[in-house]
Design a protein around this ligand. Structure first.
Ligand code: OAD
Ligand code: ZN
Length: 250
């Protein structure tokens, strides 16, 4: 199976990757569904919808600050690094992620499309103010502040710059992702349950336009029925083996 996946990747002309929470599981970032998933312990409609934020911004902000604090301590794992390496080798052309954790960027991936936003970014609920707390160096101060975060420009409430249930995905990113999927002759799908739309269309588009689908996941997912190769394995181990085989093929 690994051999077959390595051959397909090495021979591909325009390969892309599509990732979900599972790729960051080995970095200590909790996934949403499945064993120990966040949506097992919490209800998404109380924490990750615009209605929840209107009803109880304190609760929603405390959930996001908790995750921001957890994620800022996480480091990319060997699967994130392997994808960055494949891009350097000019095999992988882009990484499309549903993750908000910034770990692909941390590993050095350059052509990164974040479909669901980024947990380190905040934006104003009224004006066009946006801030990346990693870049502004205000994260420590932000996390410690017990008050609701306010916009420095207009004083309105700030919100996490992530996509909540019931909200549209950022248009530019979604268009770019669909374009890449139409062009790709191979997609490496790693660590996603493949049940959240429109993101889950991406591997389907690759398949329908004649591309190959390689999936890495220790469990079956919504993508497994269309996978040409299914590596039933955690991301780190699978990517390490895959990189080893590719190295020998080239
Ligand atoms: P999920 O939590 O739904 O799925 C995580 C997947 O990762 C599951 O299929 C697991 O089997 C798999 N997995 C677990 N450990 C793994 C490992 N070590 N290596 C590889 N795979 C592993 O996460 P997503 O599919 O990313 O959206 O969820 C999609 C969206 O739903 C998220 O972006 C988020 C969520 O609610 C929003 O918040 C809008
Ligand atoms: Zn504002």
């Amino acid at each position: 199976m690994i051999e077959e996946a390595a051959k397909l990747l090495a021979r591909s002309r325009f390969a892309i990757a599509f990732t979900g929470a599972g790729i960051s599981a080995e970095s200590g970032v909790p996934t949403f569904r499945g064993f120990n998933g966040l949506w097992k312990r919490y209800r998404p409609e109380e924490l990750a919808t615009p209605e929840a934020f209107r009803r109880d911004p304190y609760l929603v902000w405390s959930f996001y600050k908790w995750r921001m604090d957890l994620i800022r301590k996480a480091r990319p794992n060997r699967a994130h690094y392997a994808l960055a390496e494949l891009e350097k080798m000019d095999i992988l052309k882009a990484v499309i992620t549903q993750n908000v954790d910034d770990l692909h960027r941390g590993a050095g991936t350059r052509n990164l499309i974040e479909l669901h936003g980024n947990i380190f970014r905040v934006r104003c609920t009224s004006c066009d103010y946006r801030e990346n707390l990693k870049e502004s160096g205000r994260m420590g101060e932000f996390l410690q502040d017990k008050e609701l975060p306010k916009c420095p420009k207009c004083g309105s409430l700030l919100r996490p710059d992530v996509v909540w249930f019931g909200e549209p995905l950022p248009r530019k990113e979604l268009e770019e992702a669909f374009k890449l999927a139409e062009r790709a002759d191979l997609i490496l799908v790693i660590g996603t349950s493949g049940v959240v739309y429109p993101a889950a269309y991406i591997p389907q588009i690759v398949k329908e336009t004649g591309g190959k689908v390689i999936e890495i996941n220790p469990e079956e997912s919504g993508i497994t029925p269309i996978a040409d190769v299914f590596l039933r394995c955690p991301a780190g181990e699978a990517m390490e083996k895959l990189m080893d085989r590719i190295g020998r093929l080239l």
